[in-house]
Design a protein around this ligand. Structure first.
Ligand code: HEM
Length: 450
């Protein structure tokens, strides 16, 4: 089961990611991310606080916790988790500050150049842990394991494209055509790395939370091979561009892959629908109820990718927004609430089983609070998508406000879960777990046990 073996730093990864999400939302609300000028340094800074600080960090932390479940063996090199966390979080902050050099703050240029080194180090350390855990003949035949390894291959391409664009923007080395590099960067980051890792993890998580029989079979095989073809073509186009190949051909290939991507999303959604039908758990908890909203956003992003492919512009921007904010973030926020509750239960109550009564895992969270903040988040996504399509600055500000409220609500609920605040006092232990350092020293609880 997920979390039976607690990884020591998982909650610190999640805490760091939540802090970056809140920072990104606050900056968006204060107007630092202006949809009328995406290529400004301040916009790029907010975008990367969100994609790298929030989505990538939460995904890397989740993989460190979750790959032992996928491979049914302990995590390899667990001591690398903390250095990887330090490298990715400092690298993300350096990149966000470094982007401001593009707005004329030249003193920040060294941070811009340092950022890809730190981010690459963090990515590499996690890749070593994950690959060494999954690379085993007993697990390599599993489609979900191969999907995560494929996501790591895309992560290499994402880093190469991002690092190369940093060098070009800093005026170092021959400048590749950024307008050709950017679509590859986006496809490798969103569909390749984050998307495929999310698919691999949800295969297992959804089956677990829905009590559904493990799928597999032809459809999953078809999804894997379509995804493998997509990543191989993206990497080939990137290497071609890096080697000085024609920018026009690389862009044409990236655009030609968009319908394939929409097909991949459709196949994945079909498989998840089958899993849903086969479930044995009749009443669903908020994490699964709101995952349905995330999957609906995936369908919407795939649908928007077609006009984005034909006409580009705001259609493409909206597709990217719906994929990052609607699909990947709603899914992550919903599952985070469940996983943090579960890890807290394992940490606090699992050792007491057989010695004293223990509460059910569900009692650690509040269904109403979780649903309220996820509803705000989804409303913010819809408002954001509509405001991008309608070029409405007022609508965009409203969206940022709703997203910020939703993210704050999730943060508050996660703290309540960690402090066991939803449990009646009689069921709480005398000591609370530490907010984020789960396996070090439990913090004494302020109130006494009644
Ligand atoms: C999953 C991870 C990532 C995603 C989803 C992502 C997404 C994006 C997006 C959406 C843009 C365009 C933003 C805009 O036009 O405002 C962009 C641009 C950029 N990204 Fe990333 N990014 C990721 C990781 C990285 C990394 C790791 C680096 C550096 C090591 C990087 C460096 C850059 C640079 C330099 C640009 C500017 C390109 C230009 O001005 O044309 N990105 N990225």
């Amino acid at each position: 089961m997920a979390g039976k073996h607690l990884s020591r730093w998982t909650l610190v990864w999640f805490g760091s990611a939540m802090a970056m999400l809140l920072a990104g939302c606050a900056l968006g609300l204060l107007g630092a991310a202006d949809p009328q000028g995406w290529s400004q340094g301040s916009n790029l800074a907010v975008v990367h606080l969100f994609v790298l600080g929030w989505l990538c960090q939460v995904m890397l932390g989740a993989l460190i916790q979750f790959v032992p479940v996928l491979a049914a063996r302990p995590l390899a090199f667990p001591g690398l988790a903390l250095p990887a966390l330090v490298a990715t979080s400092t690298g993300t902050l350096a990149l966000a500050l470094g982007f401001l050099a593009l707005d004329g703050h030249q003193a920040l240029q060294p941070l811009f150049l340092l950022a890809p080194v730190l981010i690459g180090l963090g990515f590499a350390l996690v890749a070593v842990m994950v690959t060494a855990t999954l690379w085993h003949r007993d697990s390599l035949h599993l489609a979900e394991v191969r999907m995560v390894l494929l996501a790591l291959a895309a992560l290499v391409g994402l880093w190469l494209s991002g690092g190369r664009m940093v060098l070009a923007l800093a005026g170092l080395g021959p400048a590749p055509d950024l307008s050709a590099m950017l679509p590859l960067h986006l496809l490798l980051g969103i569909a390749g790395w984050l998307g495929l890792a999310a698919c691999g993890v949800t295969y297992k998580l959804f089956a677990m939370f829905l009590l559904a029989p493990e799928q597999g079979g032809r459809l999953r095989g078809a999804i894997f091979w379509t995804a493998a073809g997509l990543v191989a073509l993206l990497l080939a186009a990137l290497l071609w561009l890096l080697a000085g190949g024609s920018a026009g051909r690389a862009t044409a290939l990236a655009l030609a892959l968009l319908p394939l991507l929409a097909l991949l999303a459709l196949l994945y959604l079909t498989e998840i629908a089958q899993l849903w039908k086969a479930r044995r758990r009749p009443a669903l908890e908020p994490n699964m109820l709101w995952s349905r909203a995330a999957l609906a956003f995936l369908a919407l992003a795939a649908a928007l990718a077609i006009p984005g492919w034909l006409w580009g512009g705001t259609w493409a921007e909206t597709a990217v927004f719906v994929a990052l904010v609607g699909w990947l973030s709603t899914l992550t926020l919903a599952q985070l609430l469940k996983i943090v509750g579960f890890l807290t239960w394992i940490q606090v109550f699992a050792p007491r089983i057989g010695h004293q009564p223990v509460p059910m895992v569900q009692k650690l969270g509040s269904t109403r609070a979780a649903s309220a903040c996820l509803a705000l988040w989804c409303a913010g996504t819809l408002a954001g998508a509509l405001s991008l399509l309608g070029a409405s600055p007022a609508g965009y500000r409203l969206a940022m406000a709703l997203l910020s409220l939703g993210a704050l609500g999730v943060g508050r609920e996660l703290i309540a879960v960690r402090q066991l605040a939803h449990l009646p006092p009689a069921e709480r232990p005398g000591q609370l777990p530490h907010l984020m350092l789960p396996l070090l020293h439990p913090r004494p609880r302020a109130e006494t046990r009644s």
